[in-house]
Design a protein around this ligand. Structure first.
Ligand SMILES: Nc1nc2c(ncn2[C@@H]2O[C@H](COP(=O)(O)OP(=O)(O)O)[C@@H](O)[C@H]2O)c(=O)[nH]1
Ligand SMILES: [Mg+2]
Length: 190
């Protein structure tokens, strides 16, 4: 079976399971169900499962797949993704060069293509700096060295970083990957 057929079948299966869940929840909310010993914890667990199943159903319906490229620092993740996309979109160098999480989603229409940047909130950033400071003073020498380098980079670019953090989320539409080859300069320019 091809992936499109499998996606449709699994989306339908999930839809039926979600119907069953809805009826089960309605039954569980009846006074008789409480008497039968159904607890709030069980109902909450059911809701949690529902949210995940619903998200999965929507992804299957859209034919959306999530592929995580996982590997140690400098294992070649960015190089692999760039080769796959056929464009040097992600920075791939022998030195540490990535400070952000990248998610690439496929879209149906060219007009839907966009680069979104979502910087850390000020409190997330403060937390990161605090963590780096603690690692920099820790006993693991390699991690301490990396943390010190990161702190120095943060210090060096503090004005730009502050601007980016204060600006918050941004989106830039593009039709060709070449237009967003320099996402970092896009994030700090204009
Ligand atoms: N020899 C070799 N080097 C590679 C390969 N893939 C990536 N590299 C190099 O390894 C370094 C780190 O790659 P990068 O993609 O930035 O790693 P990342 O940190 O996992 O994203 C870069 O200098 C790449 O040119 C490979 O298949 N063979
Ligand atoms: Mg990388």
């Amino acid at each position: 079976m091809d992936w499109k057929k499998a996606s449709i079948i699994n989306a339908k299966r999930l839809e039926r399971a979600l119907d069953v869940e809805r009826f089960a929840r309605q039954l569980a909310e009846l006074p008789q169900a409480r008497q039968a010993g159904i607890t709030k914890t069980q109902l909450d667990a059911l809701s949690e499962e529902r949210e995940q199943a619903e998200r999965q159903r929507q992804r299957l319906e859209k034919g959306e797949f999530r592929i995580a490229v996982v590997g140690l620092e400098k294992a070649g993740k960015s190089t692999f993704v760039n080769a796959w996309l056929g464009s040097d979109l992600l920075p791939a160098k022998s030195l540490r060069c990535t400070f952000t999480t990248t998610q690439i989603f496929s879209v149906k229409e060219e007009t839907e293509q966009r680069l979104e940047t979502q910087p850390k909130t000020n409190s997330e950033f403060s937390k990161l700096v605090a963590e780096l400071k603690s690692v920099a003073n820790g006993s693991d020498e390699t991690r301490a060295k990396n943390a010190k380098e990161d702190l120095a980079t943060i210090q060096q670019h503090q004005t730009t970083l502050k601007e980016v953090l204060n600006e918050g989320a941004r989106a830039k539409h593009f039709t060709n990957l070449e237009e967003i080859k320099e996402p970092r300069s896009y994030a700090v320019e204009s």
